[in-house]
Write a protein that binds this ligand. Structure first.
Ligand SMILES: C[S@@+](CC[C@H](N)C(=O)[O-])C[C@H]1O[C@@H](n2cnc3c(N)ncnc32)[C@H](O)[C@@H]1O
Length: 208
């Protein structure tokens, strides 16, 4: 059974699952999940970088709630989150794949959320073209990795779908360099001056 955002957040905290991602950022993302979930035809929502599952559990809670509230619509959207569990710098917050799988089961979200252990770019490459309704890029911040994520990920996006990513300003600068390199025309993606979203970049994939 899906819960409210704050209730879920408290439950995660009590379970010891914390995240450096701000609550306001997560709430914004959850709103995007709500919109992506009801797209017709249904698509796949992808998170690159599961870490300890904190954000994706909130996303799954949202999708579950949307599905429960619209049983007649038979919403087929699903969430897939992928991590290669390699980030040694984040060893204090990175859970193992097995721990994350157990948490998803415990919360009862395994019908809406699938976790994958592996490289996100390889995974994106395996998806059907025009099948992703929301892509949230939050894994390796290197310029090459982000550039390749866009290269491989964009053809997978549905019409009018959202691609967004983290660590635009608080990071090693790989993210903005990759975006500026990929989009020679810088107006193709946007950032936000809003205090809670200034570390993000976004783009709407208007055409397939
Ligand atoms: C910033 S954390 C993700 C935070 C998470 N999305 C959240 O909101 O709490 C980045 C994660 O990306 C993972 N990662 C790094 N390189 C990766 C790759 N090539 N493929 C998949 N995951 C990767 C790391 O293991 C790490 O857990």
């Amino acid at each position: 059974m899906g819960m409210g955002f704050h209730e879920m957040k408290k439950l995660l905290k009590r379970s010891g699952v914390h995240s450096p991602t701000l609550m306001e950022e997560q709430r914004w993302l959850v709103r995007q999940v709500r919109m992506a979930a009801v797209k017709i035809p249904s698509g796949t929502i992808v998170e690159c970088g599961t870490m300890n599952g904190n954000t994706v559990i909130l996303m799954a809670n949202c999708l579950k709630t949307v599905k429960e509230n619209r049983p007649k619509r038979d919403i087929a959207s699903e969430i897939i989150s992928i991590d290669n569990y390699s980030d040694q710098r984040k060893h204090d917050t990175l859970s193992s794949f097995d721990e994350n799988v157990a948490m998803v089961k415990e919360f009862g979200f395994d019908d809406v959320l699938t976790l994958i252990e592996g490289d996100d770019i390889e995974f994106l490459g395996s998806l059907d073209d025009h099948s992703v309704s929301l892509l949230w890029v939050d894994s390796c911040q290197s310029e090459t990795h982000v550039y390749q994520t866009l290269q491989v990920g964009l053809p997978k996006m549905m019409r009018n779908s959202l691609v967004c990513g983290h660590d635009y300003i608080f990071g090693n600068m790989g993210v903005p360099y990759a975006l500026d390199d990929f989009y020679k025309d810088k107006s193709e993606y946007i950032t936000s001056p809003h205090v809670y979203l200034r570390n993000w970049w976004f783009m709407v994939r208007e055409v397939e």
